[in-house]
Design a protein. Structure first.
Length: 94
């Protein structure tokens, strides 16, 4: 993670998740979103990842995984640095 201070009240952080850490987040997110997925031929919440991807795409669970990664890191950064939140954070996922 990189921290870029633009001014005393504004900080920019870059968070990178990859490898096993990212795979674990994606798998957990998929399990969460598939619980509500309704697909013909499957019981509710039992669709396979391949069928889910074809029917709904990967975006839903990838966004969920990114949100979890950012949320966990955001809380940690705020506590470690004794930052006080004065505005809603802007988050860009690529």
């Amino acid at each position: 993670m990189a921290n870029k201070k633009e001014n005393p009240n504004r900080h920019e952080f870059t968070l990178k998740r990859e490898g096993e850490n990212w795979t674990k987040l994606v798998n957990e997110a998929f399990e969460k979103v598939r619980k509500e997925a309704k697909v013909d031929g499957f019981r509710k919440g039992k669709v396979t990842k391949e069928i889910f991807d074809k029917k709904f795409g990967k975006q839903e669970y990838l966004v969920e995984a990114a949100n979890k990664a950012v949320g966990e890191e955001f809380v940690r950064i705020m506590k470690e640095n004794n930052y006080e939140l004065v505005a809603e954070p802007q988050i860009h996922v690529t």
